[in-house]
Design a protein around this ligand. Sequence first.
Ligand code: HQG
Length: 181
Amino acid sequence: KRENHQRTVSKFLSLILRHQPGSIGLTLDAQGWADVPQLIKCAARHGVQLSMPLLREVVANNDKQRFTLDEENQRIRANQGHSVKVDLGFTPKTPPEFLYHGTASHTVESIRRHGLSPQSRLHVHLSATRDTARTVGARHGKPVVLTIKAGELAQSGHLFYLSENGVWLTENVPASAIYFP
Ligand code: HQG
C-alpha cells in the first residue's frame, strides 16, 4: 500500500518536474529545480498532498533514482527525462564502446531510415546494458534492442552525457552508428 502510494507520487513528480510544471502553476528554474514549499502548495491546490518527509521517502526509495532533493536549498528536480527545456549542467563524458537503446518493433523501420532522435524529450536515452534497454523498449511494445557504436561516435566528436542516475544521453544517433538485430 505504502509502495503504491510512493509510486503514484513518483509518477506525479515525473509529470510535473519533467513535462508539465505549469499544469499545477509551478515554475522550474533554468536548471530544472522546483522550490519545495511552492511545489507542496501547488500540489495541494490540485488535490495532491505532499510533505518534506514524503518527498524524502519517495526520492530515497525511487527504483531509478529519478530525482534529486536538495534539502539545504529546499529544492527538487528530476535527474533526466525532461521535455521542458532545462539545463541540467551535464558535462560530456566518454561512453563505453557500445551502448544500447530499447525500442518497440514497430519503430525499427523508421529508426533504420532516420536514426534515433529525441522525439518529445531533450535527449535520446541510451542504456549501459541490454537488459535495461529491453525493459525500456517493452514500455512501447514488443521490445527490440539496438546496439549503438558509442565509442566510434564519441571519437568523431559526438557528445554523450551520463545523468545522475546512470542514463546515457545524446542528441541523436545516425542510423549508420546502429547495429540492428
Ligand atoms: C523512439 C524511461 C521512430 C524511441 C526509460 C522510443 C528511459 C523513434 C520513442 C526514458 C525514432 C521515444 C526514455 C525515429 C527514436 N522514428 N521512433 N526516428 N527515434 N524513436 O519514452 O528512450 O521511467 O521518449 O526508440 O527508462 O523509450 O521515465 O524514450 O521508443 O530512460 O524514468 O521514440 O524514460 O525512464 O520514447 O525512454 P521515450 P525512451 P523513466
